[in-house]
Design a protein around this ligand. Structure first.
Ligand code: FPP
Length: 227
């Protein structure tokens, strides 16, 4: 079924449903996020074998600061723990880490850890892009402002200044948990991406679910506005 042109190279995921997963199991929300990290880890381990050049994950939006302080702290601590525990595995598996969003606005110790992780994984041959303090409208505004300082503002010049400029075009955007919206994620990049909304809550999302999504993508007809 899948021809070369229909193989997804770049998949992005809105990882939604951690809270509901925890609630259904009568567990604290933090446990949902913790299990969410485990789902991330499994995909990071397998995305090379799935033939992906890039997997982009929405981990913390610029609007997530509105959540209560404890939850924001929990998410930041999970981030710290994840970088510490998994960095070596990234290096061993030749995974290049990339961060998109206004990540320099995170706590200084996290910024430092990320800078170290980016440097140590820069030789990787496939990419995990993590969106941190990310909002697509802000990203587009920043890119347009940069394009304006360089000359003409065109779709090409904006594209060249997006955080994702060095990534392959987005093929498939997946959102878990049954919600059907983009929540300020990769709005520009989604112009011709295929969309897939699945009911699975993020902590239950496995490599098999991702493979199913890739099979689904492989069977779609893409026209990019042509016929
Ligand atoms: C949405 O679920 C999920 C988030 C806001 C955070 C996503 C973060 C992770 C999966 C873990 C951190 C990732 C890394 C890379 C360390 P929700 O809490 O909105 O769920 P709900 O809608 O069911 O309440």
């Amino acid at each position: 079924m899948s021809s070369e042109s229909q193989r997804a190279k770049h998949v992005a995921i809105i990882m939604d449903g951690n809270g509901r997963w925890a609630k259904r199991k009568l567990l604290p929300r933090a446990m949902g996020h913790q299990r969410g990290v485990e789902a991330v880890r499994e995909l990071v381990r397998n995305c090379g074998d799935l033939g992906l050049e890039c997997l982009t994950l929405y981990a913390f939006s610029s609007e997530n600061w509105k959540r209560d302080e404890q939850e924001v702290d929990d998410l930041m601590n999970l981030m710290r723990k994840f970088i510490k525990s998994d960095l070596q595995e990234f290096i061993d598996n030749k995974v290049r880490l990339k961060i998109i969003g206004d990540w320099q606005g995170l706590a200084p110790d996290i910024v430092e850890m990320l800078e170290d992780a980016l440097a140590k994984t820069s030789a990787g041959d496939h990419t995990i892009a993590v969106a941190l303090n990310y909002g697509s409208q802000g990203e587009i505004a920043r890119a347009a402002a940069k394009a304006a300082t360089m000359g003409e503002v065109t779709t090409e010049s904006i594209g060249l200044h997006l955080d994702t400029a060095d990534l392959p075009p987005l093929d498939l955007l997946i959102r878990t948990s049954g919600e059907v919206r983009l929540s300020n994620f990769l709005l520009w990049q989604s112009a011709y991406a295929e969309m897939l909304f699945v009911d699975t809550l993020w902590p239950d999302f496995t490599v098999e679910h991702l493979q199913e999504a890739l099979d689904n993508f492989a069977g779609r007809e893409r026209r990019f506005g042509g016929r």
